[in-house]
Design a binder for this molecule. Sequence first.
Ligand code: GSH
Length: 209
Amino acid sequence: MKLYDCATAPSPRRVRIFLAEKGLTIPTVQVDLRGGEQFTPAFRALNPDCTVPVLELDSGTAITDVIAICRYVEELHPDPALMGRTPEARATIECWVRRIEWDGIYAVQEAFRNAAPGLRGKALPGPLSLEQIPALAERGRHRVQHFFAWLDSRLVDHAFVSGPHFTIADISAMVAVDFSARAQLEPAGNLRHLQRWYGEVSMRPSAKA
Ligand SMILES: N[C@@H](CCC(=O)N[C@@H](CS)C(=O)NCC(=O)O)C(=O)O
């Protein structure tokens, strides 16, 4: 197995944290996204979407999605469970993760990629050359604040996003919060439940991954 990674990118970090929580290390190849290595013919042959992370299996199969990679690893190494042990837990954790992706990670991405000077003509990850749309950056900023308010309310009476246990939902939400700092959109200090949770999850050794 080989993990195609980029140390500075949020999506592969979700996988790195997941692996660290499992106590696993996988040989890693760094892909220089700033230098455009994701667009080389060799990388396109592996992943035509030109994104990381990619988990390349010994069979040659390439898994090109964060959650699909985590699912594969969870099935091979069920402990500690990070994606739920029961059908109910698995389904609800998946709901939280999708919500965090749509309303959190993609909202930060919308705000960041439509405004960062270095991403002109690259408003979305992937092979398409798309121009930035300032109104989308503005919309993204608004959506991120809505997401943080929701996350804060979710954490009022839950230790972690999905309940009493740390899961992939916490990994995803923490990465969304850290990603928001790149767009100067960090959650406000008065979101105290979010801040309590963030202080705890970001102190876990895996957060350094
Ligand atoms: N489908 C992927 C998308 C991952 C993604 O967006 N990766 C970004 C890094 S965070 C990327 O590779 N960007 C390449 C680029 O911007 O050209 C997933 O969620 O696993």
